[in-house]
Write a protein that binds this ligand. Structure first.
Ligand code: SAM
Length: 213
């Protein structure tokens, strides 16, 4: 981030909810896809029954979306009949999500990912620009929390920001680091190309599917 951009903000610690609220309030959300990534739709519709209309028998995982921001994917999933819970600890993010979610506004909750009780057992945690938003010191906590939330066979699947970028957010990571963090409890079972990244993630966003051991 340039000094000029940095000077527009008062709060510089991304571990604080008001860091994110300030950015939502000032209309600075360059990570926002303004819709759902194509690779997300491919994955969700490939899940058995994933494109069934709402109300049909559910044979698909319930989904948790941590650090959901405007929660575009939560809206898509709810519209397609998935049970979905979206969580964000920023007041302004949750307000923006509620606006965007319309009739599904109740599925978003203002809560800290590291300290909340999910409404129901989780089968799929969807990741997008949440891991890279966390201070890197919290990465081991992220891995432990994912292992706690997901039962054997459950999936941590979504988009990871895989590039060298130690200053953030977004903070970059490497595939090696992800393996070091996750391998004890997860197996990498899938990858997909990402074609429609937002400019700040172009070429360095990777769809990864980690299955809980
Ligand atoms: C870069 S934004 C990404 C938003 C959304 N995932 C997206 O793709 O548009 C990161 C979000 O994570 C939220 N966040 C950061 N740390 C969090 C935590 N510990 N618990 C819940 N939400 C958190 C922030 O408030 C912010 O809305």
């Amino acid at each position: 981030m340039s000094d000029k951009l940095r000077d527009q903000f008062d709060i510089h610690d991304p571990s604080r909810p008001d860091f994110w609220s300030e950015r939502f309030d000032k209309g600075y959300t360059p990570w926002d896809h303004q819709g759902v990534p194509g690779v997300f739709v491919e994955f969700a519709t490939a899940i058995e029954g994933g494109d069934a209309p709402a109300g049909s028998p559910v044979s698909r995982p319930s989904v948790l979306i941590p650090g959901c921001g405007r929660a575009h994917e939560a809206r898509w999933l709810a519209d397609h009949g998935f049970a979905v819970e979206a969580v964000d600890f920023s007041r302004a993010a949750v307000a923006a999500a509620r606006d965007q979610l319309g009739p599904h506004a109740h599925i978003v909750r203002e809560a800290d990912f590291f300290d909340f009780a999910p409404a129901r057992p989780v089968g799929w945690v969807y990741e997008r620009t949440f891991f890279c938003a966390l201070p890197p010191a919290r990465r081991a906590d992220y891995a432990a929390r994912m292992a706690e939330l997901l039962p054997p066979g459950g999936l941590l699947a979504g988009l990871f920001f895989v590039t060298e970028k130690p200053v953030g957010p977004p903070f970059g990571t490497s595939l090696d680091e992800l393996h070091r963090l996750l391998d004890a409890d997860f197996e990498l079972v899938g990858e997909r190309p990402v074609e429609d990244s937002m400019p700040i993630f172009k070429g360095v966003e990777r769809w990864l599917e980690w299955r809980r051991r």
